[in-house]
Design a protein. Sequence first.
Lengths: 264, 628
Amino acid sequence: MDDLDQLEAQSIFILREAYRKLKPLAMLWSLGKDSNVMLWLARKAFLGRVPFPVMHVDTGKKFPEMYQFRDEYTKKWNLELLLGDCPPVEDIDPTLPPAARSAARKTAGLAAMIDKYKLAGVIAGIRRDEQATRAKERVFSPRGAGHKWDVRNQPPEFWDQYATPHEPGMHVRVHPLLSWREIDIWRYVEREGIPLVDLYFAKDGKRYRSLGDQDITSPVESNATTVAEVIAELETSRTSERAGRAMDHESEDAFERLRVAGYL
Amino acid sequence: MSTIPTPAPQEAATPIVIVGHVDHGKSTLIGRLLYDTDSLPDGRVAQIIESSKKRGLAVEWSFLLDSLQIERDQGVTVDSTRIPFRLGTRQFVIVDAPGHRQFLRNMITGAADAEAAVLVVDANEGAQEQTRRHAMLLRLIGIRHVIVLMNKVDILDYDQKKIEAAERDVTALLHQLEIEPTVFVPASAREGDNMASRSDRMPWYKGPTLTEALAAVPAPSSRADLPLRLPVQDVYRFDTKRIVVGRIERGRIRVGDEIVIGTQGARARIATIESWHTAPQVAAIAGQSVAVTLEPDVIPDRGDFLYPASAAPLRAARIRTRLFWLRQEPLRVGESFRLRLATAEHQVTVAAIDSVVRLEDLTEHPAEEVPPEGFAEITLAVSETMLFDPFVPGTSDGRGVLVDRNQQIVGGAPLIGVAESVAGRNAIHPTGSAVSLWDRARAKGHRGGVFWMTGLPGAGKSTLARGAETRLFSRGIDVSVLDGDTLRAGLCSDLGFSEADRRENVRRAAAVARILAESGQVVIVALISPTIADRELARQIVGEGFHEIFIDTPQATCEQRDPKGLYAAARAGKIEGFTGIDAPYEAPVSPDLRLETANVSSDETAARLAAFIGDEIRPDEAAQRQQS
């Protein structure tokens, strides 16, 4: 088994644990590369099916290409799609810096969906190498009432034994991609031939390395027009993946505050 | 079209855990290592410099890891972090584990899967409490490759004699734990000596630098050549097929292989290996998550092992295990948990605490309890026979976790093996009586025994116990009654009605009953003991001669009788956690005797009870048993 085989086997194990232990369960589908890989892994785990709904928490500000992609593959992959709206930015904590405040709309939209569908488990495609506070996450990350992440009091997690609390009002965030790195995602996309939104590939010397809302995401300089070229670019890159995500950089703790409140 | 070739398959990353006492320099070491080996993205280095400046510090490499706000402000690592890291073509994942002892559970979260460890010791201070604690943990989780980094040697002026003296102390400590350190590297993480490049300030040192020592860590050994262990994770029914899924922990499967399933021992053949978006598969090896169909189409349960008939796992209902205990309260004999082992879950009770490690000098001692975050060897009694393999370093399935009623993991348990079956064997070493049970039985004309009455409040336990006591006593039988209220008035007056206190109440009653029974008495215990686990605990403490008697009175009848006015009080909300009202009562499934009291006089029932006890304590059998 090479490293991708091992990551794949581990993610499949995690997805099957979630499906067995958390009901009702849903998977977040942000339409980005990570959540497409995650969806692909679910189909591997369940032999071509996705036996739970996928959720798109729609900020209304995604790129048009992303909405097209969503509609095309919902049909192609036979997905049960749940859509949720986000509240207007005026409803969000005004003490947050502007981009973080905008991003926090998604937290509120997600919380509403979790409550609406009374979800016990939400599968999300975050990775440890994206951002330092994500590096501290658990594979099964219990969220208390109000969906708060209790950073100081995370459960022990080892030997593939995951916490599955069942108090009312709690849910578990499941992170099957936690151990993957950005380059692993791309190498897996290459190996498996997983379709992605075109925005990831260079047009006029720029491409998106990470996709969020249009107004708070910027492209990076790049000439990579194929998956293989992206991989080659990443092997020499020295900037971080989320450099184009405004809310990560506004203040030292902006992203941590977002995550404690339930952001991904 | 691109001309860039697809990268060759890569080895999986080797996880390395960094452990050591607080302030001995773990985070600094990692930050420095990543910087020296050019492993940091541009943004990160700038961020660290900025953060350090803001706090009026020189460049603080540990900020790289201590990225959470609270950590930066307090200067401590609160949780483990994983950082991918490359040396040449080899991938590593560095796990940083915090040194503060109350964070042991975070450390184990990071360290549990590591292939090798770097134990950081301040050469100036030597091994400290957490050095010992972490070294103990390395032993328990079976990490075989331990690189000792003697840090801060700049403070010792790079002096060979002083550094080697510090090394000898650490060697002695590790030898006590049967850990043979792979190498000692004298270094200064802050100054960069012997990290990624050789220090010219210690020409006497001929060993590897830290990066050379890491590069020499052997790759994880393959588990594919061991006998098959495939724990069933789930069973799906898709279309018309029944599909068994799970991850192969040891060995390999091939279509056509004969396998045995779980404790029930059904046999089947691997009919197909199912997959999606891969070439058709006929075989799979340890580490792979697979989906198989079986022929015949038997239905295993989650937790069942699939294994070859020629190499079955061990089978036992009492298991010895090592333990690292993560709860903030001590662990005592008699507590019950779920033991999660791979995908299986078993109901277990702590039958004995065999020894506890004293962290001051790492020696093992008998003890009554395992202290918070302590290390021990214990015996678990399993509610039914289970299959398992003893833990071997390099494998992943012979180690379980203990889970409490709130689904929280409270301990890690690498299994040692089958426990010898001695009832009531305890961490204490009781002095054996010179008077044999047979002598006692002959003198008294009857055997001792424990008759444990369980039932709802108001079921009639105490009344019946006293009635039977009178009858037996009049026949010359040495009999006594331990009743709940009497115990709580004296022996257990320090206990309340929390779950833990109720269990302790049961434990004490059982322990006293055992002592009395061993001295030849007949003991009737009248205690609500509402849960199956409570009574199982009592049965394990008492051992042979335990009889469970269920006083089966409908709740309505109990409530109508309400001799102590307790139901009325509970209904009025004056008592919380009252069994039968807002706390559950689990009736025995197969008691040794069931007495229904609703339509029978209590005299008649007491007579039946006395007759049953009389039969059970007849001396002839006891005498035969003793003589044989």
